[in-house]
Design a protein around this ligand. Structure first.
Ligand code: CTP
Ligand code: CA
Length: 221
């Protein structure tokens, strides 16, 4: 019997994804970063490409191979990630998976800072742009579907609902990180959209990606 042709439900769609951490320099040899392996964003990029989408993956520093068929743009800081994302528009779907640094140093020291004698260092941090919100509230090029992630250690549903609203997203995948999920293979995920939250499910990152592709396919119809 002939093999069934592979279903390509996202054929012709442009899916724009952020993944990994950002890195905000303090001086030429130091910086502030977030804990993120990039595995979830890369799994979504791979699944979207597999589903036939054209995929742009804007990635912070991670040690992962680029999934087949995915266009990867490497960035370090949140500001660079913001600019790369906006340069990649228009898109049919935006998925913000990156653990974007909320702050950056107000001033980056030109030279390596010395320890000195007093044992303390004071750094002033300023807020980074919210990439997801800038896409969710984009005045002219808002993608038809905007998806965010949220990592929370408590009040997962309440904070997820708030992020859905303030960031102008269509859905938030909220992750309970009160237990150690970093570098683990499963995660406790709740999807929150206009029809409310779904029950939390323990899923692997590949299963989260597959579920999300299913959700995108249904919502784009
Ligand atoms: N996000 C973003 N740009 C930022 C901060 C967050 O695009 N500067 C995106 C993340 O990629 C994620 C979503 O917003 O999809 C939620 O990130 P999270 O850190 O949970 O939310 P914050 O708004 O930063 O709130 P807080 O960290 O204070 O909980
Ligand atoms: Ca944050």
């Amino acid at each position: 019997a002939a093999l069934k042709p592979k279903a390509r439900p996202l054929n012709g769609r442009h899916v724009l994804i952020t993944a990994g951490p950002t890195f905000e320099p303090l001086d030429p040899v130091r910086g502030i970063t977030n804990r993120s392996s990039g595995k979830q964003g890369y799994a979504i990029a791979a699944a979207a490409a597999d589903a036939g989408a054209r995929v742009t993956l804007v990635s912070g520093p991670v040690s992962l191979p680029t999934p087949a068929g995915v266009t990867r743009i490497d960035v370090e800081t949140a500001a660079e990630m913001h600019d790369a994302v906006h340069a990649a528009l228009p898109a049919d779907v935006f998925v913000g998976v990156a653990a974007v640094g909320d702050w950056r140093a107000k001033e980056i020291a030109r030279d390596k800072q010395k320890k000195g004698v007093d044992g303390e260092l004071t750094v002033t941090l300023v807020k980074n742009p919210d990439i997801l919100a800038s896409i969710g509230h984009h005045p002219t090029q808002r993608p038809p579907l905007v998806i965010g992630f949220a990592a929370e250690t408590r009040n997962v549903e309440v904070y997820g609902q708030t992020k859905l609203r303030t960031k102008g997203a269509d859905a938030i995948l909220a992750n309970d990180v009160s237990k150690d999920v970093f570098d683990r293979d499963t995660t406790n995920m709740i999807l929150i959209d206009a029809s409310g939250p779904t029950a939390g499910k323990h899923l692997t990152k590949a299963e989260v990606a597959a579920d999300l592709i299913q959700y995108l396919t249904t919502r784009l119809k």
